[in-house]
Design a protein around this ligand. Structure first.
Ligand code: AMP
Length: 220
């Protein structure tokens, strides 16, 4: 059983890697950002609370995200491990997570820290958009569809982008990320759980590295 955290700024590719590693290891990914976006779409109470924080690029209050995690990590499909994508985002969340896990005799095993320079991130995120029909992700700087305006995968001509993926919000999200995760990185470093990942590398290379680390960990 391996419980993993993916720590990294928005646009570092951790979402993509989380879903690939999830499949490979057959464990679920729990993405607080994903859950919150669904709640916003459903216009639930949680969604209504979260929306303004998300749109400005700030953090949603700890109580809201902690509740999401608390209900999710003890479900049956997490028995063989899980990947946390986007949680914890600050020290308080990390401490609450540790105490929740230890009360069930569980712990975090590896914390991957996706490292990448901010300028590349701004282009990666502000340029990000996806096909409305199949969800395939494109980028106006790095990855356009082969035929302009037509999805490579499903040929749809409709695209969309996340409300918080604009340059202004991205800059704020990065600032918030750096401010709140400095301590977090130190915290996991001291616990000897931190593993740095060069997130600028290609998707398959990053993936191989992640799997190698997990497999080495599982051997012992
Ligand atoms: P993400 O998809 O991880 O980039 O998250 C999108 C947005 O959801 C963030 O900018 C925050 O507003 C909110 N969010 C996601 N995870 C958390 C968390 N652990 N704590 C607080 N806010 C979060």
């Amino acid at each position: 059983m391996t419980n993993i955290i993916f720590l990294g700024p928005p646009g570092s590719g951790k979402g993509t890697q989380a879903s690939m590693v999830s499949k490979e290891l057959n464990v679920p990914t729990i993405s607080t950002g994903e859950v919150l976006r669904k709640q916003v779409e459903m216009e639930s109470e949680i969604g209504k609370t979260a929306k303004s924080y998300m749109n400005s690029g700030g953090l949603v209050p700890d109580a809201v995200v902690v509740d999401i995690i608390k209900n999710r990590i003890f479900e049956d499909d997490c028995q063989n491990g899980f990947i946390l994508d986007g949680f914890p985002r600050n020290m308080n969340q990390a401490v609450v997570l540790d105490s929740m896990l230890s009360s069930f005799n569980k712990k975090i095993d590896i914390v991957f820290n996706f490292e990448i320079n901010d300028e590349i991130l701004i282009k990666r995120i502000a340029g990000r958009y996806s096909c409305k029909k199949c969800g395939l992700v494109y980028n106006s700087y790095f990855k356009l569809p082969k035929k302009e305006g037509i999805c490579d995968n499903c040929k749809s001509t409709q695209f969309e982008n996340r409300e918080d993926d604009n340059e202004h919000t991205v800059k704020n999200r990065l600032k918030v990320y750096h401010n709140s995760t400095v301590e977090l990185i130190e915290y996991y470093k001291k616990k000897n759980l931190l593993c740095s990942i060069e997130a600028i590398e290609s998707v398959p290379l990053v993936f191989d590295r992640l799997i190698e680390v997990v497999q080495n960990f599982s051997k012992y």
